[in-house]
Design a protein around this ligand. Structure first.
Ligand code: MLT
Ligand code: MN
Length: 310
């Protein structure tokens, strides 16, 4: 099983286009300790040849160009990308689908809820339905990642709900608490594969650590986890926004109810932050916050990061 991080930053990327925060300025000035990152997505493969994307970021075109394994190799029209699995309908997770225009076969997996969002927006018809199958996935039901022409990857994915909310652009305050969000709005993915007892998790957005979630990921071989903010009021404190992390559906990295504390004692072999906001000091190689996550056994994902698991 192979993983390649295509993008490690949260929505907007690092640096975000209109952001003049000191972090973004450092990234923009090509400071070697503030390495730019595109918006969050990983690709997974069992053979290193055929790949599945977990989420499709607006930076997907650049991510493909930067990843040789995703380049066409056969004939005049070809892609190693066999499918895409969506964890929600966030802009940073679905708009890359528009890059995958238009008559290239692949399978698109998402919950019924997220497929309905795509179905309601005709711009996604750029994915020719004769070539792109939209396949509903069900919470807690494992499925095998399949390619469009009968390719069976041997990679098993179990989608499950995590605390969160509907995508920002779908928020509707009239729909009640948490904008009427339902379980299928924010999911995470557990991946296992043939002839291996390893389990890995992809959790790019999570609002809270529950006992159920902690029990599920305990003892995992690898967890990619929501690293959006260092502290809940970071964007307010730094004067770049008005929302807390909680309001955006993200738990923070630090603090007594933060991610480091919550995952510290779960016996997870490898823990990696992904979906990291441009304001988060863990993006800076020389920050005290980076040192403290590293000291706690965490890695900070970067574009092009490669992982191979037996
Ligand atoms: C999020 O992860 O909170 C969203 O991507 C927010 C956004 O779209 O900016
Ligand atoms: Mn996001």
């Amino acid at each position: 099983m192979k993983i390649r991080v295509l993008g490690a930053a949260a929505g907007g990327g690092f640096p975000q286009w209109n952001c003049n925060h000191p972090n973004s300025r450092r990234a923009r000035s090509r400071d070697p300790r503030a390495v730019p990152r595109t918006q969050s997505s990983i690709s997974v493969s069992s053979d290193g040849v055929r790949w599945f994307l977990f989420n499709a970021s607006p930076d997907l075109r650049q991510q493909i160009n930067d990843s040789e394994v995703l380049h066409p190799t056969q004939g005049l029209r070809h892609s190693p990308i066999q499918g895409v699995v969506l964890t929600n309908a966030d802009v940073d997770h679905v708009t890359g689908l528009l890059t995958l225009r238009e008559s290239q076969a692949f399978n698109l997996y998402a919950t019924t809820r997220v497929l309905a969002v795509l179905g309601a927006n005709s711009i996604f018809n750029v994915l020719n339905p004769d070539f792109v199958q939209r396949l509903p996935i069900k919470l807690e039901e494992s499925f095998e990642l399949l390619g469009p022409e009968g390719y069976a990857s041997g990679l098993m994915v179990k989608p499950f709900s995590v605390p969160g909310k509907v995508a920002l652009w779908l928020e509707d305050a009239t729909k009640g608490p948490n904008f009427g969000s339902v379980e299928e709005d924010t999911i995470a993915l557990e991946v296992s594969w043939r002839n291996s007892r390893q389990r890995i998790f992809y959790i790019p957005g999570c609002a809270e650590m529950t006992a159920t979630l902690a029990a599920r990921i305990r003892g995992a071989d690898l967890v990619f986890f929501d690293g959006t903010l260092w502290v809940d009021d970071e964007m307010i404190r730094d004067g770049v926004g008005v929302k807390t992390g909680k309001r955006m559906g993200h738990m923070s990295v630090s603090g007594p109810d933060g991610t480091m504390a919550a995952l510290g004692s779960l016996g997870i072999r490898r823990k990696i932050f992904i979906h990291i906001n441009t304001t988060n000091p863990i993006l800076l190689d020389d920050s005290a916050e980076r040192k403290s996550v590293n000291d706690a056994g965490w890695e900070v994902a970067f574009d092009g990061m490669q992982i191979a698991l037996p």
